[in-house]
Ligand binder design. Sequence first.
Ligand code: ADP
Ligand code: MG
Length: 369
Amino acid sequence: MNDMPLLVEPTSPVLRARDVNFFYGEGEARNQVLFDIGLDVMPAQLVVMTGPSGSGKTTLLTLVGALRSLQEGKVEVLGHDLASLRGGDLVRVRRDIGFIFQMHNLFESLSAYENIKMAMQLNGARPGREMRQHGVSMLERLGLGARIDYKPHSLSGGQRQRVAIARALVNHPRLVLADEPTAALDPDSTRNVVRLFKEMTEEFGTSIVMVTHDHRIIELADRLVHMVDGRIVSDIQLNDALRICEFLKGVEVFKNLTPTELTHIAEHMAKRHYLPGEAVVREGEIGHELYLISDGEVKVERGGNEVARLGAGEFFGELALLSGEPRNATVVATDALETYVLGEPEFRSAMDASANFREQLRRVYFLRH
Ligand code: ADP
Ligand code: MG
């Protein structure tokens, strides 16, 4: 924002909503879809909003992004009270927000790079070469290096979505509002996008409010806001155990475990990282741990031959725990790998606690043995 002072202190919220009510329609057809919404978002927070379809998530995002006029209540964005802003000032506040919505409105006559260039130009003048470098590197980070000069009509839905993400992030906005940004993306693109979001919060202190049900994002969230029927029904800050718990809920083998069982397991899981090429377990070793992949991929080798590849949400290491025999395979990280590791005692107590867990493991055991 060039001519309006930034009013936000590092410790004050980037976004503040108070007592927000919202109605669609008029007269008889008037229908309340948001009730008493209150929400503060701090700098560098990644806030994930979840909730059933129709619960008001998109409406709330468009209100706090000043894309829709407030009816009742108060919203401050980057220190500006939206109700007091008119015309040009409103446009400038919007320009400080990165929007990623389903209708991404790319300019059809402009290439991927030109769409991004336009966003950079709106944000202020910069030397052409620097702009080109910055824009291209953003597209490359989203896996679009080979599509820089393509027009939207010759890109796939997922590629257009990534151009829209690049455009929303290219000016390093202080606040990003995103509505199911990874819904149309394949797993690799999703991983790139998720990494980029996390880097933005860490490097630039960007705050992100995002509607998503993608467990890879939920797992990185600082905070989980859940909406039902127009109300925020829970708003929790996530610590590692809660984060792992949310991840476990999306994994088949842990389905049907009670919240208490899941929490118990999550609290006893340790996060462990491996470098590309590093062996996680080795054939012939005694095994005491179960590994659940939260990000990245491994290859499973037996007698020097690759027998399988496993990715996020899949686990390994259960055979040695179940049979008591030495590891029957070597598992190597193929790229940067993040795992949650469950030790033998907790593995046993999860087995004792849940018939479903036993059943799922047994199935995998017979498939793999
Ligand atoms: P969500 O994003 O959580 O699915 P929405 O904010 O899109 O929820 O919708 C909340 C409620 O408002 C729903 O009942 C929906 O039908 C209604 N709604 C959304 N947009 C409009 C609109 N333009 N006109 C009338 N009703 C709408
Ligand atoms: Mg929606």
